[in-house]
Ligand binder design. Structure first.
Ligand SMILES: *Cc1c(COP(=O)(O)O)cnc(C)c1O
Length: 201
């Protein structure tokens, strides 16, 4: 893709984010755009950066574990790795929730979410920032709405139960981010709509 097209895509996405936020009575500045750059060449990432994208997401399989936290052993390993590297600051992590057990494989079961969230109290180098989900891909974005709504409700319940602020709701991808914003997303993770179709090798 050429620089102009990443830039144009970004402008269009920002416009759609602003409109969706507006429909929900929210401000566009409440929503962080994560450019999902997996499989993209460094040049495309540079183009996006130059156009103004400041947050990038990767999830190559070899890096996967560090970025998706859905069980305590992974969280513990991350915490320990930071200790070994002498890093004292807290790493913000999100718990991935399996919002549609019949259709998706990854994420913690809803029943097990409170226990996992509570266990972060034992990990001094991690900070639980909120929840994320990857709902099933459904043809119409509108069909995904109940899953986004569910994640928001789970977040609200968890905040009450734990007496913690969990400000991040990371939900919504290229084809459904507007619905996610209407349901409260604070982070949308957009790949294809920004960079174009991924070259799957
Ligand atoms: C690939 C990916 C995205 C982006 O998907 P698009 O449909 O290309 O926007 C978002 N989140 C995660 C976890 C992904 O793996």
């Amino acid at each position: 893709m050429t620089q102009t097209s990443v830039r144009e895509n970004l402008l269009r996405i920002q416009e759609r984010i602003a409109q969706a936020a507006n429909r929900a009575g929210r401000g566009a500045e409440e929503i962080t755009l994560i450019g999902v750059s997996k499989t993209q060449p460094a040049s495309a990432i540079r183009e996006a950066y130059e156009a103004g994208v400041r947050h990038f997401g990767e999830n190559r399989v070899q890096e996967w574990e560090g970025k998706r936290v859905d069980d305590f052993a992974i969280a513990q390993r991350l915490d320990r790795a930071r200790a070994e590297e002498g890093i004292t600051g807290k790493l913000r992590v999100l718990i991935e929730v399996r919002v549609a057990p019949e259709e998706t494989k990854s994420g913690v079961e809803i029943d097990e979410l409170p226990k996992l969230a509570e266990s972060f109290g034992d990990l001094p180098r991690l900070e639980l920032g909120g929840l994320m989900c990857i709902p099933p891909f459904l043809e119409k974005a509108e069909q995904v709405r109940p899953h986004f709504k569910r994640l928001r409700e789970l977040r609200d319940e968890l905040e009450k139960k734990l007496g913690l602020g969990l400000s991040v709701l990371s939900m919504g991808m290229s084809h459904d981010f507007e619905v996610a914003i209407e349901e409260g997303a604070t982070e949308v993770r957009v790949g294809t709509a920004l960079f174009g179709i991924r070259d799957i090798k």
